[in-house]
Design a protein around this ligand. Sequence first.
Ligand code: 5GP
Ligand code: ZN
Length: 147
Amino acid sequence: MTRWDEKQARLRAFLTRGAVGDLTVALLRRLAKMSPCIFCKIIRGESPGAILYRDEQVTAFRDAHPAAPVHILIVPNRHIVSVNELEPGDEPLIGHLFSVAKQLAQQEGVQESGYRLIVNTGAHGGQTVPHLHLHLIGGQRMRHPMG
Ligand code: 5GP
Ligand code: ZN
């Protein structure tokens, strides 16, 4: 880790914890609501970023601010805001998100070492981009406890 990486990690920790974290999440949510959906733009190929996987249902790309050496977002191609908007007919889609996550974990070489799959939902869940996404995070032992 370079000094710059360490500084970034410290800033990220500061901005995502406690009361400051609540303010950061609220600000990012407000910004996301004001602008066109950034994940829809990535899915449509209108925003730069390497697409790691794409099929008719889902797209996967690297997180712009990785929390670990491997940090991939797997998103439905359809604009679904969050888990709250899911319908019974979406069950195969959600199963597919996990199948793609497993495939990417293998591809990224973290299947055996282990990884974390996270779906943040709403304000208390820390969701900042209102387009449902599954985080695949790995490549290091997870340090932060949940909650
Ligand atoms: P959430 O906080 O909603 O669970 O996760 C949103 C994630 O999207 C964050 O980890 C953030 O770093 C990532 N992100 C936000 N904007 C962009 C972007 O424009 N491109 C990419 N690749 N990731 C983004
Ligand atoms: Zn969207």
